[in-house]
Design a protein around this ligand. Structure first.
Ligand code: DGT
Ligand code: CA
Ligand code: CA
Ligand code: ZN
Length: 599
């Protein structure tokens, strides 16, 4: 059974031609092979984007290819070249570029790029020298000492790689919050096509703002409770075009996976019990256990359907979370706090903090431009930040030690400051553009640029980008030495971790935070979902110690300025308020006055 207007007449093609999901898989595989081939990132992205656009289509593209291929161009993200690729895919079962690249590489090699120390060149090398093309084979080669014969792949490299493989395996099956968020938005857009849907809300770990998400829980509600309508809605969800494998399908629940094995659980609920369901499925499990115990003490029982009175099963609250918390004599607890970390006690005592919100942020002090590894110009970054309502930004490109980013030497850094000051004038007060630098902390803790250069900057962020293998003593001494340089005003991404791909470097963070607080150096929370550096616990500790805290996007393009939202989520998980974060101050002057004074 299917519904006219939802799946339309193309359903019949499913048996005779290539499905959208298969076309998407070919495009995505081509993107993977291009990545191994170290191709232009924009080209790689165009294939990825095309794959996403294709799998999102509700009409089967094979039909269009047969009848009117020009219509492919109407799909956002599909240009002439991509349309030709889609036609080839439908007609021949492959894409010429993919075939060409498959002569050199295997798609499984993409996974190897996720491991520490494995760039495209190294991946290509272990393939050509040892025939290694997947993680199991690479692990065996490292264990058996077979990597030792290859350049720059000695014992130390093998040990680090084996540790990296272990971390990777432990993390696999989890997805970064930004990926989960993007998938949630795409799926919600498709579900919304069904008439009568009112709300689609992510629950679970995504709603709580965890750094990674195991599976996506989506709650869907509408006014109708008639069984036929619910059944039709379930059918709509169970036949969404981007479903790879349908795992389960019940009366009001559909579970499936996407192409990358990401699992999605969709639950359809009547409006009357939406609040109870949202509360239940947002979790966390530990928060819910504690909440249920509180209910029982009050003669109530809490389930995913309602908060009921035990004695007569009368409904006390069900439609909204607010009324459920209120009925339990609690202030409303924001999802980010629901980890059973003292939030229930605080809600009972009316001492929950007023958490920071995105709208409190007035500035962003860490971003890159085309001068180094960013994509856009100073002017474009300034305009984009202004459009997002910011009052000030700092342009902070890399220094020369990061050669692969085309980092700035002293002369280029000074010329860059000049250009930043020009753009600041061009913006005519619409937004303040501060001159800054993200200067590398070298292996010995000295900085990568002359003090006289740093003296020209409004904002100096010092960051570690190399020699991650130092011992905790070396690394701690290194960072402490950098903080002592009086020009340093912010410590960038303090632990160096990358979510799901790189552990923090060995570092006595407690000592570093203490020193930063004493010296008046602000510590950054890096909002990039790839970093989320500091963690929520570290941020709580930083506040306790009395560190000044800033939250920055580290944007490498105008769009990445939107990453601020993930940073705010993390700050909220750390119980921080607007007053705890410096770049909530309304003007650049107010902010600069709170940073370590310039020497
Ligand atoms: P994840 O998916 O590993 O990132 O973490 P969550 O928190 O999204 O966990 P998930 O998807 O297993 O379940 C979503 C929420 O549903 C969870 O936070 C609390 C609630 N829940 C699910 N199963 C149970 C259960 O067996 N007991 C309790 N108390 N709550 C549950
Ligand atoms: Ca989940
Ligand atoms: Ca789940
Ligand atoms: Zn950095």
């Amino acid at each position: 059974m299917f519904f006219p207007g939802v799946l339309g007449p193309y359903v019949s093609l499913r048996h005779s031609a290539m499905e959208n999901i298969a076309i998407a898989r070919l495009l995505d595989e081509t993107a993977a092979l291009l990545e191994i081939d170290a191709a232009d990132p924009f080209r790689i992205r165009s294939y990825r984007r095309a794959a996403e656009a294709v799998e999102q289509q509700t009409t089967q593209l094979a039909g269009l290819v047969a009848s009117d291929p020009k219509q492919l161009l109407a799909i956002p993200g599909i240009g002439k070249g991509m349309a030709a690729n889609i036609c080839q895919a439908v007609e021949t079962g492959t894409i010429p570029l993919r075939t060409e690249l498959l002569a050199k590489y295997k798609p499984t090699m993409l996974e190897l790029l996720r491991l520490p120390g494995m760039g495209p060149k190294t991946v290509a090398l272990v393939w050509s020298a040892l025939g290694v093309c997947d993680i199991d084979a690479l692990e065996a080669a490292a264990r058996e000492g077979r990597l030792a014969g290859l350049p720059r792949m000695g014992e130390k490299f093998a040990a680090k790689l084996l540790k990296g493989i272990e971390d990777y395996r432990r993390n696999s099956g989890r997805f970064r919050i930004d990926r989960a968020q993007e998938q949630a938005e795409r799926i919600a857009a498709l579900i919304r096509a069904f008439p009568g849907i009112e709300e689609i809300t992510p629950a679970g770990s995504l709603r709580r703002g965890r750094e990674t998400v195991g599976d996506l829980d989506l709650l869907v509600t509408g006014p109708a409770c008639e069984p036929e309508v619910v059944a039709a809605a379930v059918e709509h969800v169970a036949t969404l075009p981007l479903i790879d494998k349908l795992l389960a399908r019940g009366q009001n629940k559909v579970s499936f996976t996407l192409r990358d094995n990401f699992q999605v659980d969709v639950r359809l609920l009547p409006r009357a019990s939406y609040g109870a369901a949202l509360q239940y499925f947002t979790g966390s499990k530990h928060h819910n256990v504690a909440l249920r115990q509180r209910a029982i003490k009050r003669g109530l029982t809490l389930s995913e359907y309602a908060l009921l009175r035990l004695e007569d099963n009368a409904i006390v609250a069900a439609a909204s979370e607010e009324e459920i918390y209120r009925a339990l004599d609690l202030d409303y607890i924001p999802p980010e706090l629901r980890e059973n970390g003292g939030e229930i006690e605080a809600a009972a005592n009316h001492t929950l903090p007023k958490l920071i919100a995105l709208s409190n942020i007035c500035g962003d002090l860490h971003m890159h431009t085309e001068a180094t590894d960013g994509r856009d110009t100073i002017r474009q970054m300034a305009e984009a930040a202004m459009a997002r309502g910011l009052a000030y930004i700092a342009i902070t490109d890399h220094s020369k030690n990061l050669a692969m980013t085309n980092g700035l030497d002293d002369a280029r850094a000074l010329a860059h400051v000049k250009r930043i000051r020009e753009v600041d004038k061009e913006m005519k007060g619409g937004i303040r553009v501060l001159a800054g630098i993200e200067v590398d902390i070298l292996a010995d803790g000295s900085l990568d640029l002359e003090d006289s250069t740093l003296a020209e900057m409004d904002i100096v962020i010092a960051s570690v980008h190399s020699h991650f293998n130092q011992t905790a003593e070396e690394m701690t001494a290194r960072v402490l030495r950098a903080l002592k340089n009086p020009h340093v005003r912010i410590l960038g991404h303090p632990t160096g971790r990358k979510i799901l791909s790189r552990e923090p470097y060995a570092l006595n963070l407690e000592q570093v935070l203490q020193a930063a607080a004493a010296l008046g150096v602000a510590v950054e929370h890096n909002a990039s979902p790839a970093r989320a550096d500091l963690s929520d616990l570290h941020l709580r500790r930083a506040r306790e110690i009395g560190c000044r805290i800033v939250v920055n996007t580290d944007a490498h393009s105008t769009e990445e300025l939107d990453q601020m939202r993930y940073g705010i989520t993390q700050l909220r998980r750390a119980w921080l308020t607007a007053a705890d974060v410096l770049n909530t101050l309304p003007t650049a002057e107010a902010l600069l006055a709170q940073l370590r004074p310039k020497p």
